[in-house]
Design a protein around this ligand. Sequence first.
Ligand code: ATP
Length: 718
Amino acid sequence: MDAFRLLTRSTKLKPTSSASGSRLPSTGKAANPQLFRTAETDKLESAKNGKKRKRGAAVQQDEEEVPELDFFSSNKRPATSVTETAAATEDDEKVSAQDAASDADDSMDEVERRTILNSHKIKVTDMRDLEEIQIQATSNKDSKKKKKKSKKEEVPILSKKEQKRARRLFPEPLLNFKELRSKYKISSRLAENVADQGFTVPTEVQLGSLPLLLGETSEPDLLVVAPTGSGKTLSFLIPVINKIVRHHHSNPDEHGILSLVVAPTRELASQIVNEGRKLVAGTGVKITLMRKGMRVGDDGNANVLDENNEESSGSEDEDAENKPAKERANIPVTKSDILVTTPLMLVNALSANRTTTLATLPLVRSLVMDEADVLLDPLFREQTLDIWKACSHPDLRVGLWSATMGSNIEDLTKSTIKERLEDLGQKPSEPHALLRLVVGLKDSAIPNIDHKLVYAATEQGKLMGLRQLLRPAAASASDIRLRPPFLIFTQTIPRAIALHSELKYDIPAEAGGSSRIAVLHSDLSDGQRSDIMRGFRKGEIWILVTTDLLARGVDFRGINGVVNYDIPNSAAVYVHRVGRTGRAGREGGIAVTYYTKEDIPYVKSIANIIDVSEKLRGGEEGDKSIQKWLLDALPNLSKNSKKDMKRHGVKARQAPRLTDKNDDGKGAHGMRISTKSGFERRMENNKRGAIEASRNRKAAAAASGNVSDTGSWAGLDD
Ligand SMILES: Nc1ncnc2c1ncn2[C@@H]1O[C@H](COP(=O)(O)OP(=O)(O)OP(=O)(O)O)[C@@H](O)[C@H]1O
């Protein structure tokens, strides 16, 4: 059923140049998920790939006698037993010498590496103190020359330009997913699972980060800033899982949480677990979502809970939360290799709801912070740092991932890495670097979506604008064609609820009526939240009104757009909200942002983001949606006002205080979301439904099967 067709039936729409005629995110995946590339590198990469394929063909012949090396065969053989998993691990050890030699020949020279990395806009920087880098570089040189020099040798003083150059790295990029196995020797079962996802080309962040995390040099701590929807989840999960497979092989008796993935919301954590489950199948690695009442810390005498049966262990854990401390001590500790959690849930578990000092997680070797900038923002900072410090293994490696990252986060990361080691009083078994990988322009929105910044003057103006988007009633109504499914963001929970109840009768009964639109926010129960997420993914819900709860990380692959009903609190939030569309290189997504008179002081940072994103996209000056005069005219915001806006949003739209007895939950006077009373609209809606139904009956009698099916939308692919 084409939702837009139904909603705009009997409306003559003027043709537009926008997405209506072209491909939409909901119509399927993009042929190439990469956002930045040039014809020159395409040639270079395919030449390299071609060379590999030829060599690969020769290897293939030998492989007929060694079938276990046919990692990417589509006839996947499920490893069901522990012995089979162990056998798969052993197979991983048997990578032929010929294969290795072939890869050595294929390594690129620095010019090729530079060309490929630059054209994909990938920049890798060593973040350590310059002195540390220089000492390492000198000692590397010395060991090459086999000369002995005193350690205290003076390091040269460099100009700023030279310092930048000294920090810049050009590691080998990953050209295709097959290299994960042939070159980086990842577990064969993991390689199969990656292949089964059907991805053909690595995205920029995968191309840049996987070799760094899987390569032969010591695994670095890594800060990654890469666009929304660019596949960061796969980039951090593959190395984490591979490291655990290796660990199981070398330390078969050590059981416990080896990796932690921290994410700011339950929705994102649960999505990461789902992605992880596809990758760990048959590898012997277990990935679990943290639940209330789970025991995870090291308090000396813990049993181990086998979580093979997620469902049953889930209910046990729910019960466990309510048990007294004595009984809780007998609850077995979770047996999982990878634990995915929100910060608060883990901190509560490690401190028995803050009644004891924080327990440690002594086995954790990898700590991944997804949406790291928000995890280290004041809201979550204390909890995140507590978790970081609870990971007491000296060989811990951290990965911080996000589409936006302020320089304060980089500084905090550097100082925490140092402090943690000082507190531990131990050194890692081998020295390693702290690297930063940036894809594209730091803190910018993806270039493959259309941004519409719309002045609506007043709150009523926004509501009218949104209704026209939903059901354009006249040819001149709007030049924006936004097809469901889409998300609508508001500033607060009461406003999301109010907007939802305002819009719920706007969907005609024959299109499913109010069941097509839902509201999701953190005041709902976990069960309600999961049901709504499922309904939206399945295509039963077309429009989801929400708060910034869904602004980050959540991957509804094919949504066609995002509406910022209320302007976001910061430029970073804008980047994340609009990044819910246009994922994995999909074209045709639209981001509509309404602003009113009250918002004018806050719009410039958003206009700047749009301007940069359009520049990244290229194209004619005339195609730009943000004209220079507008940018010049919009006022700049002071640092303090920016801070204030980030914390509270537009003041007039703040959630009412409990003491405010006169407030009806729809916001301050003048900012309320309403045009007519709900009763009035319900009556109107019933009448309209009756008229349309009768018209339809007449039309159906005259001619049958006249609704075209082209461009139909059957839910989001999961
Ligand atoms: N190489 C690839 N080719 C095609 N699709 C891919 C590839 N890698 C990942 N994807 C898909 O891209 C989508 C976005 O991935 P993911 O959620 O990891 O993005 P992200 O970078 O974490 O985004 P965000 O910053 O919004 O959290 C997912 O649906 C994922 O399956």
